[in-house]
Design a protein. Structure first.
Length: 742
């Protein structure tokens, strides 16, 4: 269960570079503040060295006597600021008696490296010369330099305590004598040098995964070796695998794991069926996306003797087949989640399990872990129980088929589906009345050909059939969490896995309230939880159907905390549930498997498990969930750029969806593809970034580009390697009115 971290250094302890950079800055008009920075640079390169003003003048390229005397003045000024120490008359040393701290190193390709203190305090700049070639994510020990007035704090890496094991994806560039991996990785400015003996058969122009093996001092480029060759750049499989590798996610399944899955018997033993509650004769069906193969959940419905409805929420009994700490389980915990890209699913479990043995396929007997509810006509819970069951699904519905039955009242099992939908609507209404937030956003989907080329873009919106399944899954998850989480007086709580969602950050909520005010909306940011939630829902409801709907929903989501897994229950703010977990998708989420095992253990009277071990696993699963979401977004971005690549020069209506110091992000209204207008292409003025008000403001003419403004753009470039569309403002009369000179 433990996710162990490797604690190995890269190149051992990072040796400090004590050589003086003799590249002289020979500017006779060097200003005093620039002179001070240049002098500090010399001292910081060797904190133990002692210099007088003549030596410093020589090292900074100053040869005029008048300027040398200015150097002496600056040395004394820096000593007064405690940045230098005067050891004896006229001889100075750097004051390196700053704090030693530990934290994460953040490497950036633009050179803006930073140290992120483990106590959560503000990031500290680390110049490349002081980085000891630490890589992004490494845990490091640093020396914090004494802060100079008017300057940002700086640090120097003293030691790499824990080197993050990560790979880089890029394109091989091979010449006669040497090779490089050219990468677009935002954390690495330098291409990776690869000795030709380490190419592993890679060819010029192919995409590859490379591991950095060393980065010697005084060498510009890191040295690496090819781990895997992905294939020709531009090929769909190559690019999808590259996206997965970029986020450190697996793109193929180990053969030995698949072989282990192949040995699991398909036939269910009669003794196993005999000890389970039998639902094989009860009307049961699944409702899933049309391209789904891994059916986690099914619903059953029948009338009780009391005239109520018994609803069974049946979940694939994955943990019957996957035992703790076997090789399949170990692989599953490392992956923690299935990954859904535009054109494929990378399953957490081998396909024999995820798509066959565990999948609740039509007309096949399947083992389940079930929550069974008795609901009256008001969708109130009269009774409930949790049981291991055996089922047989009568019908596999797609969401579209189920929705057609809801719309027309006709079709297979129409009576059952209509009754389930009626109860689900009551559950949904009650949930929102209790304070749940109504986030109901669309998904971007692509119609693609057999080679992965996107032919069209469409938007998938949740309808009643989706809500039907959602409400019963929520009900089951909530019930399981309450069963374990609610404890009687005098009894100690047992360690369990919860899905928690904390309250919004007050500062972000205040920023949201200020921003939406320009659209005429109001948002309550103080008061009790119910008042704030009601105000959020009111905002989302009023924005529906308006041009700014997507923008306001996006900003509202950003103001929320991220849901995560934890053994420490704080409730789920967005759902307004005091107890909530994930129980209903064990085929694709490892936390659900953890919940199944804990539930079985506690139902049988077992003792509580080690909370620290489970909390570590929760943290790992939350992190992997975020990586999977990032990879999914990257695949969508790639397909959007690919879809627009033959539309260069065409003009589209759009909305400013992001504002940064480097430009404006614009989302096209027609297909939701997003691109960047670089600030350099806003050539009618010099624009400054106003972070608080989400806008760029022209310095001379005061023209303003605001978040949410409509603009008309022309497609300028489509860079598939960077997954980026570049736009320019279209020169039209309408654009003059809409965007530029508003």
């Amino acid at each position: 269960m433990n996710i162990k971290k490797q604690k190995t250094g890269r190149n051992g302890n990072a040796a400090r570079n004590t050589q003086i950079n003799n590249n002289k800055t020979r500017s006779k008009r060097m200003k005093k503040d620039l002179m001070a920075h240049a002098i500090l640079d010399v001292f910081q390169k060797d904190a133990k060295a002692v210099y007088n003003y003549k030596q410093i003048s020589k090292l900074t390229g100053i040869d005029e006597q008048v300027r040398k005397l200015q150097v002496l003045d600056v040395l004394y000024s820096l000593a007064e600021e405690n940045l230098l120490v005067e050891l004896d008359r006229g001889r100075f040393r750097y004051n390196s008696l700053g704090t030693i701290a530990t934290g994460a190193f953040q490497r950036r390709s633009n050179g803006k490296n930073a140290f992120l203190p483990e106590d959560g305090s503000e990031p500290v700049r680390v110049a490349e010369r002081n980085s000891a070639h630490a890589m992004d994510g490494d845990i490091v020990r640093v020396q914090l330099f004494a802060r100079r007035k008017g300057s940002e704090p700086e640090a120097e890496v003293l030691e790499i305590l824990e080197a993050k094991d990560r790979n880089y994806v890029g394109t091989l560039q091979i010449s006669h004598d040497y090779a490089f991996l050219v990468t677009e990785d935002k954390s690495l400015a330098n291409d990776i040098f690869i000795p030709k003996s380490n190419l592993k058969g890679g060819k010029n122009g192919e995409k590859a995964v490379v591991k950095i093996t060393e980065w010697p001092d005084n060498v510009k480029n890191p040295i690496g070796e090819v781990i895997d060759v992905l294939g020709a750049a531009g090929d769909n499989n190559t690019e999808m695998h590259a996206i997965l590798a970029e986020f450190g996610l697996p793109y193929k399944y180990p053969e030995n794991i698949e072989q282990a899955a192949d040995k699991i018997p398909e036939e269910i033993a009669k003794a196993e069926i005999a000890q389970r509650e039998d639902f094989r004769e009860v009307t049961t069906f699944t409702i899933d996306p049309k391209d789904a193969k891994d059916f986690d959940d099914a619903l059953s419905i029948r009338q009780t003797d009391r005239g109520n409805r018994e609803i069974g929420v049946h979940i694939a009994d994955v943990t019957h087949y996957v035992r703790p700490d076997d090789i399949i389980d170990k692989e599953a915990i490392e992956r923690a989640t299935s990954v859904y890209l535009v054109d494929r699913t990378i399953p957490m479990l081998p396909e024999r399990l995820s798509n066959k043995l565990c999948s609740l396929r039509q007309d096949e007997e399947k083992l389940c872990f079930s929550v069974i509810f008795e609901l009256n006509e008001k969708a109130e819970i009269i009774d409930s129980r949790i049981a291991r069951t055996v089922i047989r699904s009568n019908r596999r519905f797609t969401y579209e088929e189920a929705q057609n039955i809801i719309d027309t009242g006709e079709g297979d099992f129409s009576e059952e589906i209509l009754k389930l939908n009626e109860l689900a609507k009551l559950l949904r209404d009650r949930r929102f009345a209790d304070g749940a937030i109504d986030f109901d956003r669309y998904e971007v989907k692509f119609e693609i050909d057999d080679k992965g080329k996107p032919l069209s873009v469409y938007f998938k919106e949740s309808k009643e059939a989706n809500h039907l399944i959602e409400e019963f899954m929520l009900l089951a998850n909530r019930n399981v969490a309450e069963t374990i989480g609610k404890t009687a007086k005098g009894k100690s709580k047992k360690t369990f896995v919860y899905r928690i969602h904390e309250q919004p950050d007050p500062d972000k909520m205040q920023n949201l309230a200020e921003f939406i005010g320009r659209f005429g909306y109001k948002l309550k940011t103080t008061g009790n939880k119910e008042d704030i939630t009601k105000s959020i829902n009111n905002l989302l409801d009023k924005a529906k159907g308006k041009p700014e709907q997507n923008l306001i929903e996006t900003l509202a989501v950003r103001s929320m905390q991220k849901a995560r897994y934890s053994t420490h229950n704080t409730g789920h703010y967005g759902l307004a549930f005091p107890f909530y977990t994930h129980f209903t998708s064990p085929i694709r989420r490892y936390p659900d498997m953890m919940v199944h095992r804990l539930l079985e253990r506690y139902i049988k009277g077992g003792r509580s498990v080690n909370s620290e071990e489970y909390e570590d696993c929760c943290d790992h699963c939350s992190a992997m969930e975020q990586l999977a979401a990032n990879a999914e977004r990257a695949s969508i971005k790639y397909k959007q750029v690919e879809f627009m690549s033959d539309k260069i020069g065409q003009i589209y209506d759009g909305t400013i969806s992001g504002v940064t110091e480097w430009g404006l992000y614009v989302e096209l209204n027609e297909n939701r593809c997003e691109g960047l207008i670089p600030v350099r292409d806003l050539n009618d003025d010099f624009y400054e970034f106003d972070e608080k008000n989400y806008c760029l403001i022209g310095k001379r003419h005061k023209h303003i580009y605001r978040l949410g403004d409509p603009v008309i753009v022309k497609i300028a470039h489509a860079n598939l390697q960077r997954k980026q569309l570049d736009f320019v403002p279209a020169e039209t009369k309408n654009n003059y009115l809409y965007g530029k000179f508003k």
